[in-house]
Design a protein around this ligand. Structure first.
Ligand code: SF4
Ligand code: SF4
Length: 453
């Protein structure tokens, strides 16, 4: 099988061996969840429950009108104890619904799922409504509403399942492809049906090549491919950020998403592996997105794990109950997400959210911090940037507060992958500047738009 890739990128230490062969375990004894009300990219939700309410597992507890919204559901059955601001995985405080489990209740009486729905027999509108009603968002990153992604305004020629999992340490997508290949294939088929795509590709990085025969077997035995749907596996070079949507599309199709454009501009829809499985469950069982897979690992993790946890589970509870075990003496930093794009947080008392792919417990070596030095104009950052930007120039513009100049040279095209920071011999905090610069630039644009009204 030919191995595909993109130009640029870097090879950070993979460090996946700690958890890649550990089977996924489901948390069964969660006694409390803290569910952030706003876990998606879009407009804020209104809370639909009040303190003292009994809620069922799967019951809708927050929602709003508007296209860029997805509801949130109770991930366990129990009593709403509090509704209050708590620290979320992006390190900001936001409204959260605290539910305490009613362990004595009968699971039959305490579950409220949607009725099953056949995605191959229902209309496109019904399918999109189901994806929204199930609260599904992209589970690999920003939490973009999936029903919006699956309603592109341009024709789609290929659906790509993102099996790259290029962030070091994380292994939950790998485990999912190994343990649930049939669901991954079914998720691709459902997506193809909704967006009317003639082709589906499951893209897997070489370091997970052992998943390929399992996926190919699942493709061969799928009733969808037997009925004529075309799905195949493609192998990708192990390189960061191979799992970025733009890089994945270039590697698979040879096409480039234009500056400021979207995957649909080149006829593609890219779906995360966890999102595909959540979609399958939303149709097959009527199950909303109330739990997710994640990896807990790192040099300061004595017992790493791949887990399925209810949304809102505190990582502190995962560790207290021994599903994963921290080495508190060695611990130097906690990261939600991967080491390249994740967010450092102050404690374990932060919930698992719809987009939490992992939690890293880093030791001294992994969390090492270097003082910044002066840029030596070596050009390494430019050669490594897969978006073909000039990070050194961008950083200079942001530092000078020239946000409009930074925009002209591509600030908004930066995918915040952190490759430039990783390769920089002067340890320049480039991506950190770009994240702040983008926020300021977007706020400036918003203000300009308001003033022009
Ligand atoms: S400039 Fe942005 S896209 Fe390019 S390497 Fe740096 S973080 Fe990644
Ligand atoms: S890699 Fe670092 S030192 Fe080299 S040009 Fe880029 S910012 Fe400057």
């Amino acid at each position: 099988m030919a191995v595909k890739t993109f130009k640029g990128g870097a090879h950070p230490p993979e460090r996946k061996e700690r958890s890649s062969s550990i089977a996924t375990e489901r948390l069964l004894d969660v006694t409390q969840v803290v569910i952030p009300v706003n876990q998606h990219f879009g407009a804020p939700l209104q809370v639909l429950v009040k303190v003292g309410d009994q809620v069922k597992r799967g019951q809708k507890i927050a929602d709003a009108e508007g296209r860029m919204t997805v509801p949130v559901h109770a991930s366990i059955a129990g009593l709403v104890k509090k509704i209050e601001p708590r620290t979320q995985s992006n390190n900001t405080d936001g409204p959260c619904i605290v539910i305490e489990a009613s362990l004595e209740s009968n699971p039959e009486d305490s579950t409220e799922f949607l009725p099953p729905l056949d995605p191959f027999a229902c209309s496109k509108e019904e399918a999109l409504a189901r994806v929204r009603a199930a609260g599904i968002v992209g589970m690999g990153g920003a939490g973009f509403p999936t029903h919006v992604k699956l309603a592109p305004s341009k024709p789609i020629s290929v659906v790509i399942a993102n099996g790259a999992e290029c962030e070091p340490f994380l292994t939950i997508d790998e485990r999912t492809m190994v343990e649930r290949p049939e669901d991954v294939v079914e998720g691709v088929a459902i997506t193809m049906k909704i967006v009317n795509a003639p082709e589906g590709v499951i893209a897997v990085e070489e370091n997970k090549a052992h998943a390929v025969p399992l996926l190919e077997k699942a493709i061969a035995s799928s009733p969808r491919t037997r009925a004529g749907m075309k799905i195949r596996v493609e192998l990708l070079k192990t390189k960061y950020p191979q799992g970025g949507e733009k890089m994945l599309i270039t590697a698979i199709t040879g096409k480039e998403v234009p500056s400021g454009g979207l995957p649909m501009d080149v006829g593609c829809v890219v779906q995360n592996i966890g999102t595909l499985c959540a979609m399958v469950e939303a149709f097959r069982e009527g199950k909303p997105l109330i739990e997710r897979g994640l990896t807990v690992t790192g040099g300061a993790c004595k017992k790493p794990a791949n887990l399925i946890a209810p949304i809102g589970t505190l990582v502190a509870d995962i560790l207290t109950k021994g599903y994963a075990v921290a080495d508190d003496e060695a611990l130097r930093r906690v990261i939600y997400g991967g080491p390249m794009m994740g967010v450092a947080v102050p404690s374990y008392q932060i919930p698992v959210q719809k987009n939490t792919s992992g939690v890293l417990l880093m030791n001294e070596e992994e969390a090492k911090y270097y003082d910044e030095e002066t840029c030596i104009r070596c050009g390494r950052c430019m050669r490594a940037c897969s978006c073909r930007l000039s990070p050194a120039l961008l950083a200079a513009a942001v530092e000078a507060g020239d946000y409009k100049d930074a925009e002209k040279i591509g600030l908004l095209d930066c995918i915040e992958c952190g490759t430039c920071s990783f390769v920089c011999p002067a340890h320049r905090q480039l991506v950190q500047r770009f994240r702040v610069g983008k926020q300021i630039l977007r706020a400036m644009k918003q203000k300009e738009a308001q003033n022009a009204r």
